[in-house]
Ligand binder design. Structure first.
Ligand code: GLA
Ligand code: ZN
Length: 683
């Protein structure tokens, strides 16, 4: 056994920090018993354990970890073994100060907190390599260890002299000559021209912060430094463990690095999902969570792992609500149906102290296994066992692609136009995703390097940057029969963040029948509207465009007011064998529903469950099962056209009542409605 992929069941467990309880063998003993009761089969171990693994420079102690890995394995629990690079011991900061990060003002941090090492420091890379090689030597062939968890939630930049020098070298490698850099950074503006790479500093509020091309390169550089940091760890792990997969746990709509680059360094994608849940109104937040799940799945086009989630509340949102009844199971299964092969928690047991003592955990300070949260976790473990057949079933590739391009996100946030804030397209991506999600249409979410050929719908929500070749691939895609939806603020700059000349959206003016839209911005509270011929009107807010010229085949809706009232706000154009839509402004949920009613019908997209769903109820299909959940605030009746079996309750019916936050898993195997369930329901 060497990988979660080989297992016939979903992983269930979470972060386990026994190093906080080494003086309480009774508690460690109780953990094992309760883990079995909770259907836990895997834990992530040692994530922040460096000070317990190397108490002083070179004094390693792996004995306690070895005991725990052994005992877990004897009890049928696998280990996802972490390298401890997410936080360092104090002695290391004292002895090797370059391990500490330097901020953009040039101030080196004092020891403390976590996730804040210098990405370049040769001392840190060496200490990490030594630690990882020793861990690999000791645990690499342990049958209980099924994967490696490198560091924790990599994030941020370092602005120390070592990182600045590495940035200059990175620029030299990329541009070759400083003249080329000057041209592509447009440095003739404000007399920024450099005569040597040595003159360049990282972006800083004390220096240059406005040049968007430079800031974009700094983000790419930081991503590459993080990638090489991960590579350094992976190589060390590989010295004694050639085959077990490595992962890094990623984060929600993460800003600092381009995950499509980091994805290449790891074998498995995993991420930590902490939606901001608000009782009775889950749809938008869970649509965003699922958009992130699908983004993670799309990074490698295969299942990912949900590495962390809270079985209850978290402690770092501005408001930290308890999970309402049903929501632990529903949020967990949504991740699985979007492509996760695990449900893992942060964390197994609440610590007594530290800043996370009040963060949700499977076991609380009372140490009991008869609590509401513990029962919810047991229920989740049982449900995962009941649907484990999905683990080995192929996942159907979605026919819709929504583009979320990290480099384009960075560029649209660095640009000075329209609104000062709120130019990050992530909310637009979420809103477009939600429109499809509500219809039960599965989507890939990934960057503009995606191969477009197999999709029947491609959506570009505010995709500001078109790198080389993208416009041409989009043209070929539509020409060959593809359907394309383009919104405002799309196709404006190239990969260097230089404006495309000769008409925007770049390369698509004839595909869309729209030329040179000029971006308008509305004050908070101000609205325009998108009016359909039948009189339905939906608000336009924040940003919208006034196209210089529209030659599109059909105008589907017009602006309602202002000097561009009556001009097209939503158009459709036939190009080659395909169709292209242009949506000129940000609208609300109902406005997007109206847009997608048209788009989805023409794009020939399959729904997860071909049944009418009440408001707030969504369906997500994986393999031959469909998860149906009520993300609205009211109880809903699901009325099916044929009897189907809920594989969680083994109940077969044409009608099901779903409380707010509740879910069921319908058997939709080969659409043989109402047959074959008996064998699957073996309660
Ligand atoms: C992150 C970290 C964990 C923990 C949780 C709390 O995801 O990886 O160590 O801090 O947040 O929600
Ligand atoms: Zn540094």
């Amino acid at each position: 056994m060497s990988s979660p992929d080989d297992l016939s069941f979903f992983l269930h467990g979470g972060d386990y920090n026994p190093d906080q309880w080494l003086d309480r063998p009774d508690i460690l003993e109780a953990d094992l018993k309760m883990m079995k009761k909770a259907h836990v089969n895997c834990v992530s171990l040692g994530i922040f354990a460096w000070s317990a693994l190397e108490k002083q420079d070179g004094e390693y102690d792996f004995g306690w970890l070895g005991d725990i890995v052994d005992r877990l394995y004897e009890n049928g629990i696998y280990t996802d073994l972490a390298t401890p690079s997410g936080a360092r011991p104090a002695w290391m900061a004292e002895k090797y100060p370059t391990v500490l990060r330097t901020d953009e003002q040039g101030r080196r941090r004092l020891f403390g907190e976590r996730h804040n090492h210098c990405l370049t420091s040769p001392d840190y890379r060496r200490k990490v390599r030594e630690m990882d090689m020793k861990l690999s030597e000791r645990f690499g062939s342990h049958p209980g260890v099924i994967m490696w968890h490198i560091g924790n939630e990599f994030s941020g930049d370092c602005f120390c002299p070592l990182c600045a020098a590495a940035f200059r070298q990175w620029l030299k490698n990329k541009y070759g000559t400083v003249e080329d850099l000057n041209r592509r950074w447009w440095t003739s503006f404000w007399s920024q021209r450099y005569s040597s790479f040595d003159e360049i500093d990282p972006p800083s509020p004390r220096g240059e912060m406005s040049n968007p091309s430079m800031r974009l390169d700094w983000r790419r550089f930081s991503t590459d430094q993080c990638a090489s940091f991960i590579r350094n760890e992976k190589e060390a792990i590989r010295t004694h463990c050639p085959d077990k997969p490595v992962t890094v746990n990623m984060m929600w709509s993460f800003w600092d690095y381009d995950y499509s680059v980091l994805a290449k360094e790891v074998d498995l994608i995993s991420w930590d999902c902490y939606p901001r849940l608000r009782a009775g109104n889950y749809l938008t937040e869970m649509a965003e969570a699922c958009m992130n799940h699908d983004y993670m799945r799309s990074l490698k086009g295969r299942p990912f792992l949900l590495m962390e989630s809270s079985p209850s509340k978290v402690n770092w949102h501005s408001v930290n609500q308890l999970k309402r009844p049903g929501m632990q199971l529903t949020t967990s299964l949504l991740s699985v149906f979007c492509g996760s092969d695990s449900v893992m928690y942060f964390q197994w047991r609440k610590g007594r102290g530290g800043s996370e003592a009040f963060h949700g955990a499977v076991v609380g300070h009372d140490g009991r296994d008869d609590t509401r949260v513990f029962r919810d976790v047991v229920l989740t473990g049982e449900a995962l066992e009941r649907i484990s057949a999905l683990k080995k079933q192929p996942m159907e590739k979605p026919k819709a692609l929504i583009v979320l391009d990290q480099q384009s996100r960075w560029a649209s946030s660095f640009v000075q136009t329209g609104l000062r804030d709120h130019m990050d397209p992530v909310e637009a991506v979420r809103d477009h995703y939600r429109a499809l999600f509500k219809m039960g249409i599965r989507a890939d979410v990934r960057d503009s390097d995606a191969d477009l050929t197999d999709y029947s719908l491609v959506v570009l929500p505010e995709t500001f940057m078109f790198r080389d070749g993208f416009a041409q691939r989009l043209r070929e895609y539509v020409n060959g029969g593809g359907k394309l939806l383009v919104t405002c603020f799309t196709g404006i700059v190239d990969g260097d963040d230089l404006c495309h000349l000769g008409g925007t959206p770049h390369g698509l003016t004839d595909v869309l029948g729209v030329r040179d839209p000029d971006l308008d911005a509305l004050y908070p509270g101000e609205e325009n509207s998108m009016v359909f011929p039948d009189g339905r009107a939906f608000p336009i807010r924040e940003i919208c465009e006034y196209p210089e010229e529209v030659t599109a085949g059909e105008c589907l809706a017009v602006y309602g007011r202002d000097f561009y009232g009556g001009t097209p706000a939503f158009t459709e154009n036939a190009f080659g064998k395909g169709l292209a839509w242009y949506l000129a402004g940000r609208t609300d949920e109902k406005g997007l529903d109206a847009v997608y009613a048209r788009v989805a019908a023409k794009a020939d997209l399959k729904r997860s469950l071909d049944e009418p769903l009440p408001e707030g109820v969504v369906a997500v299909r994986r393999g031959d099962m469909a998860l149906v959940c009520n993300l609205g605030g009211e109880k809903r009746e699901l009325e099916l056209s044929v009897p189907r079996t809920d594989l969680l309750s083994c109940h077969t019916s044409k009608t099901f009542a779903l409380k707010s936050g509740a879910c069921l898993v319908l058997d939709v195997s080969a659409e043989k409605e109402g047959t074959g369930e008996e064998e699957k329901c073996t309660r």
